[in-house]
Design a protein. Structure first.
Lengths: 279, 319
């Protein structure tokens, strides 16, 4: 039906698409090219995306001199721990939210929605006091606990959407055969939920990996810095002279999230929509 | 409801130890116990690290608490709020927050709608655009801020480089009083486009093609079809996405903190940043919590509008 579009409309549409491509893509290409440029070239106003001379030392310098490697280790530890704990905790509750009817479900849904919209800044002040009183501020363990709490609402939201998509008749069939609730959960629900669990786990990992604000407040010791905090401190300390290693570090920090998002893309949006429509 | 009833019947039949006198009471109790067992593991950390801090955060707003260790905390009633009423810097920050969140939410919606329409049509290059459009979504906010600091850099950024090439003097985008807020808003839109586009696109793909074809047969042009079919069908998605986007942006922190740290001269000092500095730099956590309380009230007002709208819609759909 769109074949009857006049030629000028097609031209207009391609112009718009090109504008979007430029707006969305140029900053990414610029970052990539900056990570291969020499300091001299980086400090000039020349707009060239292909470096005049390729400089690969930015990457080694970012990893070695700027301490990004230990920071990446901290980020990895925190993200993986957050992922595992969050998924383990949210599995049973997501099941309860999706299957049980009535007030509990309503209360859960309202809480999930509210927690998405409350300003983190109001929670972080007392949370800082709580963690300080049990000596968990400025520790990675404290940060993991906080991340688990902050990612739980969305994780629950996503997972309960996946559970709701599994027909309840399957469970009833299992019950007819005399299987206990635990057996049903393990042998019927879990395998069907696996793709949803993987998607949720990956999402949790990315949220923890990318997080900045909570880590900024809770971590004071430089040796505990996660990658976003390390990158930011590097920006403050070095100003514009170290743009090359900074760009290299920024790219390295993005790669894990990017890979996961590539795998996750369709599932994530599907999960979000399932939650939005059926919730 | 019937399905849960049969579930528990079979359950009671298998568990022979259950006394059958109070059948109904036992059934609901068993169901409740099961629900508790499922919910408690997730509920505990939520209560300790989310509900209690939230409640005490609200309460801290009524005290003179500071970040000093072992300092005595006194309830001072509405003292902080009275002081806040006359705090021009806070209300200035509040206004900036509204402008920032409103502009980002609306511009993101407009851009994402355009992009989603293009991606939903029969153009080439769609795959490339789709991939490019998703990357900002995966990027850590700190990295987004770093990228755009490079773009806006007055001495080596490509934006000023391009301007200079055509003979226009460069601008200190993030450092100039008049350009800082718009420059930051552009970054917010850039970062917000992917998610909104994906959600709108999913909404568009659920509109049946027959509707469009029927309208096309009746002689409706693309613009009229967009206006009379696509837009009404997308209404719930648009309202939900924009309201949530507004709230998220109003609460956002990392992007602007790394881009400008609220500067120049407080021109990009959105409320979360202002509150953060009050709490952790000035160490006045009582006063900062009072600011947080005001922000919560503002957000709850917005949320209630949104929820009322949602309820009205589901009611309308059911009747």
């Amino acid at each position: 039906m769109t074949n009857r579009r006049p030629w000028y409309a097609t031209v207009l549409m391609y112009t718009a698409l090109a504008a979007f491509l430029l707006f969305l893509g140029f900053p990414l290409l610029w970052l990539l090219s900056a990570s291969f440029k020499s300091t001299g070239e980086l400090n000039s106003l020349a707009v060239n995306l292909i470096p005049a001379e390729w400089d690969f030392t930015n990457y080694t310098s970012a990893l070695e001199r700027q301490n990004l490697l230990p920071a990446a280790g901290n980020s990895l530890l925190v993200s993986i721990a957050t992922m595992i704990i969050t998924v383990l905790l949210s599995m049973p509750m997501a099941y309860a939210l999706a299957r049980l009817k009535g007030r509990l479900r309503a209360a859960g849904t309202v809480w999930i929605l509210t927690s998405q919209v409350f300003p983190t800044i109001l929670i972080i002040i007392p949370l800082f006091l709580v963690l300080r009183s049990i000596n968990l501020n400025d520790t990675l363990f404290g940060l993991i606990l906080v991340y688990v709490t902050f990612t739980l609402p969305f994780t629950l939201w996503m997972l309960q959407g996946y559970v709701a998509a599994i027909p309840a008749e399957l469970e009833e069939a299992g019950e007819m055969d005399g299987a206990s609730r635990i057996t049903i959960l393990r042998t019927i629900i879990l395998p069907l939920l696996a793709p949803g669990l993987v998607a949720t786990a990956m999402f949790t990992f990315v949220s923890a990996w990318n997080e900045f604000f909570l880590a900024l407040v809770l971590l004071q010791s430089p040796e505990l810095y996660t990658l976003p905090i390390a990158l930011r401190s590097f920006l403050g300390a070095e100003g514009q002279t170290q743009l090359g290693p900074l760009a290299a570090g920024a790219i390295l920090a993005t790669i894990p999230s990017l890979i996961i998002f590539g795998i996750l893309q369709k599932k994530l949006t599907g999960g979000m929509l399932a939650g939005a429509v059926k919730g | 409801m019937t399905s849960t009833a049969t579930k528990n019947d079979t359950k009671n039949r298998t568990s022979t130890t259950a006394p059958n006198k109070k059948h109904v009471g036992h059934r609901t109790r068993a169901q409740r116990r099961e629900a508790i067992a499922l919910v408690v593991p997730a509920l505990l950390p939520i209560i300790i690290f989310s509900v209690i801090p939230l409640v005490s955060g609200v309460a801290l707003g009524f005290t003179n608490a500071t970040l000093k260790r072992n300092a005595e905390i006194e309830f001072i009633g509405f003292g902080n709020f009275v002081e806040l009423l006359g705090d021009h810097r806070f209300w200035g920050s509040f206004g900036i927050g509204i402008v920032w969140a409103g502009a980002v939410a609306l511009l993101t919606l407009v851009c994402a709608m355009g992009l989603a329409l293009l991606l939903n049509s029969d153009l080439r290059l769609k795959g490339l655009t789709r991939v490019l459009a998703l990357i900002p979504w995966a990027m850590p906010p700190v990295v987004i801020a770093i990228v755009w600091r490079m773009i806006y850099n007055p001495n080596s950024g490509p934006l000023n480089g391009a301007l200079e090439a055509v003979g226009i003097p460069g601008v200190n985008w993030l450092g100039d009083f008049s350009t800082a807020l718009p420059a930051v808003i552009v970054v917010g839109v850039w970062a917000g486009i992917p998610q909104t586009t994906v959600l709108l696109l999913a909404g568009m793909q659920s509109i049946s093609a027959e509707q469009h074809e029927a309208a096309a047969v009746d002689g409706a042009g693309a613009v009229r079809r967009f206006w009379h079919i696509t837009l009404p069908a997308l209404r719930p998605v648009i309202i939900a996405v924009t309201a949530l986007d507004f709230i998220w942006q109003f609460n956002s922190f990392g992007l602007i903190y790394v881009l400008t740290e609220g500067g120049p001269g407080g021109r990009t000092m959105i409320p979360p940043l202002f509150t953060y500095l009050e709490a952790f730099r000035n160490r006045e956590i009582g006063y900062a919590s009072a600011m947080g309380d005001v922000l919560v009230i503002a957000i709850l007002l917005i949320l209630s509008f949104y929820l009322i709208n949602q309820f009205r819609q589901t009611k309308g759909a059911r009747s």
